[in-house]
Design a protein around this ligand. Structure first.
Ligand SMILES: Nc1nc2c(c(=O)[nH]1)N[C@H]1C(S)=C(S)[C@@H](COP(=O)(O)O)O[C@H]1N2
Ligand SMILES: [Mo]
Length: 324
């Protein structure tokens, strides 16, 4: 794998992207009434958030990069990433970034419970400080066949598993998003099975890749990206990367995830990326790379992370269910 050393978001934006993309983005922002003001001025970036809602761990960013996790393609421009999101709590479309600003992310607690030595509710900043953060650049592949590359800051999930000390019978780790329909208009739509739930096996959770994200682009995590704590599982379809987590539960029963509950035929438990296993309604062979003016690239098995995760699925490789 060819790896470039420079980090795209550190370059002037005109250098980091082809000129046409740069111009397209400007046109897009202008169309949205943002012009050249920039998202931070509007309070939409993690930086501005840190200023108006006190984030006691804001001093931990930018975190030291962990160079084991890099990507050979350019990082998706921050403004593109901040204005194209999936977060159904705030609407079933991509432009939820304004509405998501209503989410209060401090104070915030995360409960770790279930089959663990001792259940505990953590203040988010005490947890972040205790476990420490590093920066990793990861690919993200949405099941809808678009992708992006983000410089996340956060905590390897392994570290949280060690902290939790699961008991011998624990087999799965279940994650749950906040529930507050006064703030999240999407949660007033009662045909969805709120709260959003996701899960991985304990073996997957102990792999080195799962990352509990607390920051992006060298700053505390913006709300639309799932502040103050979201998961990144870069070899799985994006819906597994659950946002704004309030509870992490160790269990011996396989949890049913949000999308599985809605449509198990289209969205399964495993959801490992595989270009050869199509979604029932569209091909997964290629993906549109956000911020590149509609450019498509071939999708890779396990989203290119096979060297890290293929061992987890030894003997199951032929099962279609692994890729749905
Ligand atoms: N709680 C919650 N988490 C969520 C979602 C959601 O709607 N609600 N959408 C998922 C999907 S489908 C994707 S592709 C990613 C999008 O992350 P991004 O907006 O940071 O790109 O978040 C995932 N996590
Ligand atoms: Mo997604």
């Amino acid at each position: 794998m060819l790896i470039r050393n420079r980090r795209g978001w550190e370059l002037p934006e005109s250098a980091a992207t082809p000129e046409n993309v740069f111009l397209n983005r400007r046109a897009l922002l202008k169309g949205m009434g943002l012009g050249a003001i920039g998202l931070s001025a509007l309070g939409l970036s993690g930086q501005a958030q840190a200023e108006d809602e006190l984030i006691p761990t804001a001093d931990m960013y930018p975190a030291a990069p962990n160079l084991r996790y890099r990507v050979e393609r350019d990082i998706t421009e921050e403004d593109v990433n901040l204005t194209y999101n999936n977060f159904y709590e705030f609407g079933s479309h991509k432009r939820i970034y304004r509405d998501a600003q209503d989410l209060k992310v401090r104070p915030w607690t995360v409960t770790i419970d279930g089959m663990v030595k001792q259940a505990k509710t953590w203040d988010i900043d005490a947890l972040i400080r205790r476990l420490g953060v590093e920066e990793r650049v990861y690919r993200h592949r949405c099941v809808e066949a678009w992708s992006m590359i983000a410089p996340w800051s956060g905590i390897p999930l392994q570290k949280l598993v060690d902290l939790a000390e699961p008991t011998g019978n624990a087999r799965y780790v279940r994650f749950e998003t906040f529930l507050d329909k006064d703030v999240a208009s999407g949660q007033r739509q009662r045909w969805y099975p709120w709260p959003y739930v996701e899960a991985v096996t304990l073996a997957e959770a102990r792999n080195e890749l799962p990352f509990l994200v607390t920051g992006a682009y060298g700053k505390p995590l913006p709300k639309q990206m799932g502040a103050p704590l979201r998961l990144a599982l870069p070899w799985k379809y994006g819906f597994k990367s659950i946002k704004s987590i309030v509870r992490i539960t160790f269990t011996d029963e396989q949890p049913t995830s949000f999308w599985e509950e809605i449509n198990a035929r289209e969205y399964g438990f495993w959801a490992n990326v595989n270009p050869k296993v199509d979604h029932p309604r569209w091909s997964q062979a290629t993906e549109e790379v956000l911020g590149t003016g509609g450019k498509r690239v071939p999708t890779q098995l396990f989203n290119g992370y096979g060297e890290f995760v293929a061992d987890l699925y030894k003997g199951m490789e032929d099962q279609r269910a692994l890729y749905m």
